[in-house]
Design a protein around this ligand. Structure first.
Ligand SMILES: Nc1ncnc2c1ncn2[C@@H]1O[C@H](COP(=O)(O)OP(=O)(O)O)[C@@H](O)[C@H]1O
Ligand SMILES: CC(=O)N[C@@H](CCC(=O)OP(=O)(O)O)C(=O)O
Length: 259
């Protein structure tokens, strides 16, 4: 049976905070035909708000150490201001968006990460995606907009990297669709030299990924983006691309992850 394409798009913090870039992206997004899901981060804004409240932010390998105070800040920032602002803008463009975190409709159930070498605090690793609930929204013509907050089956909200949320949704939805995954962030793609926007690496396979990790070409926020990509390709995601805010509309520079 040929499955319908489902586009899962993740937008990052730097894009969200730039009004012009966000609007350009949203116009491309609403023009996409067929079922689609938007996932957003917002790490930068959470860090700024936490600083204003006098809380220091610690990140390890692109993931936030989330204590009780930072959990409150991130829930308010991601599931509140950012999620509702994006939904409002999409509704203004006649796109029937619905904003969600993992608790809504038990859509993203996670488990608190066990303390190993690092105690990440209130950070969740995703266990199940409620594919039938998400599909019912899609079938009703809605566009789910997910913030990077998951929830345990006991109702505890947990911080979950937005890149992982997007990858897990794409992988799980492959039961029903042929998902494609797009990461839109502040650069033209994965760069061989992070200071040179023209140095986009057009294709990355497992071997190349290993080399890039070994040579520390991929660091910080790029790590969670690429971590799940090869698993996603094995688990039914048919295409994975990374690029800037115009990735959906243009054919110029970007990175594609290949088997
Ligand atoms: N090889 C690389 N190519 C591009 N960006 C990289 C690379 N290595 C590390 N990065 C960093 O990763 C960042 C993207 O991750 P992140 O800030 O989490 O994005 P977002 O929040 O927009 O999704 C880039 O802005 C850049 O600073
Ligand atoms: C556990 C963890 O790291 N969660 C991320 C979730 C937000 C996110 O992914 O934001 P960007 O896409 O803007 O980076 C964080 O709090 O930064």
């Amino acid at each position: 049976m040929i499955k319908e394409t489902l586009k899962v798009i993740k937008i990052g913090g730097k894009l969200i905070e730039d009004e012009t870039k966000l609007q350009a992206f949203l116009l491309d997004f609403i023009a996409l035909q067929g079922p689609k899901i938007l996932v957003h981060g917002g790490g930068n804004m959470a860090t700024e708000i936490a600083a204003k409240l006098g809380f220091e932010t610690k990140m390890i390998d692109g993931r936030r150490i989330t204590d009780e105070n930072s959990l409150k800040v991130i829930v308010m920032t991601y599931a509140g201001w950012i999620n509702k602002t994006i939904v409002g803008k999409l509704q203004a463009l006649n796109c029937n968006a619905i904003g969600l975190c993992g608790a809504d409709g038990r859509s993203i159930i996670s488990k608190k990460r066990k303390v190993a070498e690092i105690d990440f605090g209130f950070v969740g690793d995703i266990e199940t995606i409620n594919t039938s609930f998400i599909n019912s929204l899609l079938k009703a013509g809605m566009v789910p907009v997910f913030s990077a907050i998951s929830c345990t089956s006991e109702g505890e909200l947990l911080n979950t990297n937005g890149d992982s949320v997007a990858a897990e949704i794409a992988m799980s939805m492959s039961e029903l669709y042929e998902p494609q995954l797009f990461y839109l962030f502040g650069k033209n793609g994965v760069l061989a030299d992070v200071t040179n926007e023209e140095s986009v690496i057009e294709h990355i396979d497992r071997n190349k990924y290993g080399e890039l990790l070994k040579d520390k070409v991929i660091t910080e926020g790029m790590l969670p983006k690429l971590q799940n990509c090869f698993e996603a390709l094995e688990k039914g995601v048919s295409k994975i691309c990374l690029g800037n805010e115009r990735l959906l509309s243009k054919t110029s520079l970007h990175t594609e992850i290949v088997k």
